[in-house]
Ligand binder design. Sequence first.
Ligand code: FAD
Length: 501
Amino acid sequence: ANGATVPVLVIGTGYGGSVAALRLAQAGINVEMVEMGLDWSTLPPMTGVGEGNVFCRSSQPGARAYWLRTKSKAPVSNFFSFPIDSEISKFTGILDAEEFAGITVYQGRGVGGGSLVNGGMAVTPKRERFASILPSVNADEMYNTYYPRANANLGVGNIRQAWFDTAECYQYSRVGRKHAQRSGFNWTFVPDVYDWNYMEAEQAGTVKRSALDTQVLYGNDAGKKSLPKTYIAQALATGKVNISTLHRVTNITTATGGYRVTIEEINTSGDVVATKNVTAGKVFCAAGSVGTSKLLVKMKATGQLPNLNGEVGKGWGDNGNVMVARANHLWDPTGKLQSTIPCSGIDNWEAGGAFAEVTPLPVGIETYASMYLAVTNTQYRAQFTWNASTGKVDLSWQTAWKQDSINKAKTIFDKINQKEGTIYRTDLFGGSKQWQDGLTYHPLGGVVIDKATDNYGRVAGYTGLYAIDASLLPNGISCNPFVTITALAERNIEKIIATDL
Ligand code: FAD
């Protein structure tokens, strides 16, 4: 409520925020969480399109699919060159396609953050790569304690390999494996937080289908162990955590007893209906790489937190994301039933700087397409800056930088195409583009550990102000990020509870 004083305020309910809330609550501290999106567990099933589901199918985005847009903006924008985006009504939906000058950054909105919309791929980076990922963090502690803790609490599991070899819905992955291995690449299974027993039951037809009913990007009605089923459920069960939804933090400044935080309450059309001020003893920024960076850049530039250092807003990267599809021969169908949850990848990181997930194109008909999302080892980093004339934060990303990621991904796919006698699809991303190079799913950095903060996320210049999300991660992390975000948050919050509270 307006004027309230709270011991701890956590901004955002994604991975970093959920870990912080759970551990603080277990330490006996009352935690107030602020989330700009909805609590999706309170929404009734839809009527009409998507009847009976809470969440939209990826093939049928409606109002609930997008954060305050009037037209969908799907990562695969065309099919057989035909544009597939459609008009939708403006609503505080689940997927934000946030547009900066050079790049669209996709993020989840609502209680659970990115866990609501992501593929659930739960990858722990190879240990020998860790020193280049987080050079200032003790690898022994991470691999002995915090990665196992994160994996256990997130509910990470593996596909049953014997089932994988015959399941109709993973034919596309088996084709991906065959092509990768014939070209001499290292193909690996990828763990996931989807309930694999439930997945098998979906294929068998004994339960309601979700992953096998094209659900993923706009939410998932069953099967996926997103944060509201794991960390957030545990945090709420302590009785010490409260979450205010449709509340968006706009300002943080110092005040007697800690920080004064300004929060706008919005309605489901995005209009501001109330503005509140809260005093918090400690503030944890967990609004995601973009959200946390935008907030702190604005606070420094507008003089509300003038002691933030010059690293705030710097070191932002896209984890080198590019998407591509190959057109297979007619004797290599990928299957008309495809699970939205990827389970495998091609690892050419050491030799070519690319790790590519074999991803589905779940449109309900045979497409003969093999799709991939590549994470690449690009060195390009952008900076967030305050634009006083627009009152917004800009990002200095350059579209041309993606060519480096494309080149790295081509170390895999040019070779496979040559071996298989196949070509890239040009009908999926608009124009005759072969590569989806205009987006990222993996925003990282902006408030980088040991630069804008100390080695545990304590923001430089201010006592009791922390960053505890993807904004801390300094570099291309060689795989999907949420396990590392979670493990680093577990490490940092343990230290902070022991020494600062
Ligand atoms: P987030 O999870 O982004 O949470 C931040 C939260 O803060 C959000 O709920 C947001 O609404 C809220 N917020 C933001 N600003 C404010 C504000 N001012 N006031 C109040 N609340 C605010 N990663 C993987 O590891 N594996 C995958 O398979 C994978 N697939 C992905 C697929 C898609 C389509 C997307 C978009 C992402 C995917 N990711 C994947 C990335 C992963 O989801 C993110 O890296 C992760 O969610 C980031 O965690 P976080 O804690 O930093 O913040």
